[in-house]
Design a protein around this ligand. Sequence first.
Ligand code: XUL
Ligand code: CO
Length: 437
Amino acid sequence: MSYFPEVQDPVPCEGPDSRNPLAFKYYNASQLVAGKSMADHLRFAVAYWHTFKGPGTDIFGSATFERPWNTGATPLEIAEKTLDAAFEFVHKLGLQYYCFHDRDIAPEGETFAESCDNLDHIIALAAEKQAATGIKLLWGTANLFSNPRYAHGAATSPDAHVFAYAAGQVQHAIAATHRLGGENYVFWGGREGYETLLNTDLKAEQDHLARFLHLAVDYAKSIGFTGQFLIEPKPCEPMKHQYDSDAAACLNFLRSYDLMDQFKLNIECNHATLAGHTFQHDLSVASAAGRLGSVDANRGDMLLGWDTDQFPTDIYDAVYAMLVILRQGGLGSGGLNFDAKPRRGSFDTVDLFHAHIGAMDTFAHGLLIAQALIDERPLDDEIDERYSSWNDELGQSILAGNESFDSLEAWIREHGEATPRSGRQELLENIVNTYIR
Ligand code: XUL
Ligand code: CO
């Protein structure tokens, strides 16, 4: 049986002039860009929780998404049907990867043991489907935020009993990810933060979070899981303040607790903008530290102050993101995961295809534009020129450690004022626009 009979398998690429809503305009998996296929550059993934389990609720309204795979006699039967729908969907779109939380791919049971059994049951079926289709797991993660036991945090809960529960849950989620050959494992802070400092020992909570992550590293080693561990920054929501608030805060946390070598960052566009940064900023901060591992590709809404998780359609965002990714030589084992959901009013299943096709095309288009900018160097030439004084005698001497405040004071007395130079921002913005076609 097919859940998406109206969609061709695979969705074809018809080129930029096509007006077919169920065809790609730019994404052509095998097309080479700088010697590497689009598929290998972009490594797209579907987010199980939004695409297959998202109900279309909001804080004022109940579910609007009636998915045929989300009905059945038992929670496990529903999970099995969802898995069928997921693999059909991923295959039709030509996505290589999917990502899940333990509690969206399999239902939580009455007891911890039952939850583990449910996960094991579904993971065994997912392994069969992966083998049959070649679809792979980009990353797994654990939901440490929905259940009431985590109301005050998981690893940062004031209660060690809750910490232990979270540890047991993550142990199982890492094992499941490992069994499926997952290439990464994500830690998004969930409820790791606080509502009020009146009842919070901030230092202790951060120490506990670090201990939890060290335990995860130890466990991964003990079972031979070599996937990349990723931290996903987010400044707020659900908590008023989350410890992993942005890329810079995460890097500082990892450095302080001797976790820098074991973790990279999974940067999400809407989380960066909630933190008051551009997507490009947080990608660049992570990349500059050599710690940009993966991306949750979505977008927020300028007029809404919360995590709207919309599908990425902004070509500038995609170009600027791909510039960072291409300049660091790709995402390694990471990818572009569409952590995004259709709007509540877009309740038809075909809307899921429109959303993913548009997002994949946006990043494919962004890839082509970013690669042209890199090949023809209009931005790099300007940047090289702007910093060229660091290649001159004075700059080289400063960098070599041969100067002091005294010697530089003397140098200025001799050479006088610096010559101002325009930053050419408008020119560069115009140049980017000439490449967007
Ligand atoms: C929440 C979010 C999560 C993580 C995985 O805002 O982005 O879905 O990506 O837990
Ligand atoms: Co995310």
